[in-house]
Design a protein around this ligand. Structure first.
Ligand code: ZN
Length: 403
């Protein structure tokens, strides 16, 4: 678990930094990934009698998806292991979706693009890396397919990898097992917070911190926070997280905001008694361990193998107890800064279990909200371009939302 905690530690420490990073760079439009032309990927070996020994396995055989602007986003991952006797290089990947064998989308990634999608296992999952594997090494590829839908949802995701053995230039094409796309739509919930100007920091995307937190569950590699959001509230001018100098939790607009049940359900975990962290010294109030990493914590069972999990709540504010039946919209506690967190925020996600790190992440939609489309002006301030009422869609990374 140590590795997992290191990643969480890093991810929480980056919260404030990330938000300001967001204000200082153009909003990255992940739909703008240009189609890369893939070269011919047939074998060019001079000695075709000895095939390269490469394993490419999807992390999950079945995946769900999230939705945005009438498009579906399918996140997938493949673990590549070099079982060959020489180093190898991933040249290109082609990703396609089909419905009943009819192609709905196709996208290519050249080796330059793959740099931001690849990491050696155990490496820095957020840093761009050359997609190369020495003998015996394993790496993971993080992919996203975005498919426009007009009632057509693909049922399969396919990939084609072109891989070269560095020394001999022997190149092979591998078609890993296809991934089934869940037939059912993402579950719809109500919002976990309410009011204006909430930012979905680290929300679903292919590059968010949550997306790149790798854990293991009973020997299986998982990405348990894939669809999680760190909700933070900003001011009405939409340019600050806090008033005064931001040296106390109370300075933060998020701190003490009401946190709600997102669906009817039953409370299955309540963890309280962890002091909120002192924002001024950026140190956590208690040594972080497996029991307090999520801080004051509530898990609500809202369906079969379906749990709404709320982390970092404010000490002493939890309004539910074990086995309570709660209804959608009921206030269950207040937003805080407990556990492995250095700024007040609500880490919220749906999972297949009440234990985040031993569960599968579940994609979801929110029943209604107002989304503020924005750009950054020359002084790097948020300038809202339009505000639109949205029903039954997912919230993705770094959106500004009113509930
Ligand atoms: Zn988080």
């Amino acid at each position: 678990m140590k590795k997992t905690f290191n990643h969480i530690f890093k991810h929480i420490f980056n919260h404030i930094f990330l938000f300001f990073l967001m204000l200082n760079i153009s909003h990255i439009d992940i739909t703008n990934i240009a189609l890369a032309k893939t070269s011919s990927v047939e074998t060019t070996s001079s000695d075709s009698s000895i095939p390269l020994q490469i394993s490419i396995v999807p992390l999950e055989n079945t995946t769900s998806y999230f939705t945005q602007n009438k498009k579906i986003h399918i996140l997938s991952e493949y673990v590549v292991t070099n079982l060959d006797r020489k180093p190898i290089q991933i040249n290109s990947i082609t990703l396609s979706t089909t419905l009943k064998n009819k192609t709905l989308s196709k996208e290519g990634f050249n080796s330059d693009k793959i740099k931001s999608l690849f990491s050696l296992l155990g490496g820095d999952y957020l840093k761009d890396q050359n997609p190369a594997l020495n003998v015996g090494e394993s790496g993971i590829i993080f992919l996203e397919s975005i498919v426009s839908y007009e009632k057509q949802i693909p049922d399969k995701l396919h990939s084609i990898f072109s891989i070269t053995q560095n020394e001999t230039n022997k190149t092979i094409t591998i078609r890993p097992e296809s991934i089934s796309i869940s037939k059912s739509k993402p579950i719809t919930i109500s919002s976990p917070v309410k009011g204006k100007n909430w930012v979905s920091v680290n929300g679903p995307s292919n590059k968010s911190l949550h997306r790149r937190i790798i854990s293991t569950n009973n020997g299986k590699i998982t990405i348990p926070e894939k669809y999680a959001v760190d909700w933070v509230k900003i001011d009405d001018k939409r340019d600050n997280l806090y008033k005064n100098n931001g040296q106390t939790n109370d300075d933060f607009f998020s701190y003490g905001q009401e946190v709600m049940a997102v669906a009817d359900g039953k409370v299955v975990v309540v963890k309280n008694g962890i002091p909120d962290n002192d924002i001024s010294n950026e140190k956590v109030s208690t040594e972080i361990n497996q029991n307090n990493v999520s801080g004051n914590y509530i898990s609500i069972k809202i369906g079969k193998d379906l749990y709404a999990n709320y982390s970092h709540l404010r000490e002493g504010t939890l309004r539910v107890k074990m086995n309570d039946k709660v209804h959608k919209g009921q206030v269950i506690g207040l937003l805080g800064n407990s556990g492995n967190s250095t700024a007040p925020h609500l880490h919220f996600q749906l999972s297949s279990s009440s234990d985040i790190f031993n569960s599968k992440a579940i994609a979801y939609q929110i029943n209604k909200f107002i989304k503020h489309e924005y750009a950054l002006d020359v002084t790097k301030k948020v300038k809202v371009i339009s505000s639109n009422k949205i029903t039954k869609e997912s919230v993705v990374e770094n959106e500004i939302i009113d509930f």
